[in-house]
Design a protein around this ligand. Structure first.
Ligand code: SAM
Length: 284
């Protein structure tokens, strides 16, 4: 089997199956041979692990995962890819393809069925156009997984890895931090992919916490508050929460002050505990 990172092989494979890479599906395949081992190293998986991959493409990362994990299940939305994967994954017997949109898959059921009794990790070079919905689903569904190691746009990686209460934080930083600890692992230049994207990419590893970082009674209300606070960049948290949740500005300002903060505080200055205090004050 030729190297799947060999650009002339990739081109010939695509031509053989009359396959044109789809921008719409965020298809930028890895062609830097150093990257798949580096991503799998970052994921920490070994022969004990079941790995869930999202978007195998032609299987570059998939093959490395299959070499090093007990079993790999890859979810792919593009119905044109199975014949290419049949060729590139030939002879790899610990790999299974699920041809579906990851956002529509019952992941809990899939994991229970495919990885009974195994520690499970997610490892993927994600389609960049739906990074946030995928990460939110993987975290919010409370799946029995140990970690997520994902390649995303560098900018998105910065948000996934940012600690709440720091300048780079956003609603997704808060959500990640609620469910997991996260770490920026390394970056990859555009030339590592075919076709080369316009932006730098980066790998972030998120390790799922045994229990969320803060205890809140109404989780849905908590995340609605966090999303509202970050909903309008450059507004104070009070203004953004008032307009996002449709509440009177005075009441929100009073709650923020009752929680012990300046009424003009910005959302990026608030930690997960701070948001919990504001939620409690709003509920009173
Ligand atoms: N893993 C391959 C690699 O690293 O070379 C391909 C990564 S490419 C950035 C993203 C992959 O995700 C593509 O194969 C694309 O078709 C697939 N994809 C896009 N949207 C998807 C969705 N909603 N569900 C599952 N896979 C999806």
């Amino acid at each position: 089997m030729p190297e799947l990172t060999d650009l002339s092989y990739v081109r010939a494979l695509c031509e053989k199956y009359d396959f044109a890479l789809s921008k719409g599906f965020g298809q930028n395949f890895i062609v830097n041979p150093g990257l798949p081992p580096k991503i799998v190293d970052a994921s920490g998986v070994d022969k004990r692990y079941g790995v869930l991959e999202i978007g195998p493409g032609i299987g570059v990362l998939t093959r490395e995962l299959a070499k090093r994990a007990a079993k790999v299940v890859s979810i792919e939305v593009d119905e044109r890819l199975p014949p290419l994967l049949a060729e590139t994954m030939a002879g790899v017997d610990n790999f299974k393809l699920v041809l579906q949109d990851v956002l529509k898959v019952d992941l809990k059921a899939l994991i229970a069925q495919e990885f009974p009794g195994m520690p499970v990790a997610v490892c993927a070079n994600l389609p960049y156009y739906i990074t946030s919905p995928i990460v939110m689903k993987l975290l919010g569904d409370r799946l029995p997984i140990e970690s997520l190691t994902v390649m995303v746009q560098k900018e998105a990686a910065d948000r996934l890895a940012a600690a709440p209460g720091t300048r780079a934080s956003s609603a997704i930083s808060c959500a990640v931090s609620y469910y997991a600890t996260s770490k920026m692992m390394f970056t990859a230049a555009p030339g590592s992919f075919y076709p080369a994207p316009k932006v730098t990419s980066a790998v972030v590893r998120m390790e799922i916490r045994p229990t969320p970082a803060v205890q809140v009674e109404d989780e849905e209300g908590y995340f609605a508050l966090v999303r509202a606070a970050f909903g309008q960049r450059r507004k104070t948290a009070a203004n953004a929460i008032a307009s996002g949740l449709g509440m009177p500005k005075d009441a929100v300002t009073a709650a923020i002050e009752a929680a012990g903060f300046d009424a003009r505080i910005r959302p990026e200055a608030l930690t997960l505990e701070d948001f919990a205090k504001i939620q409690n004050a709003l509920a009173r």
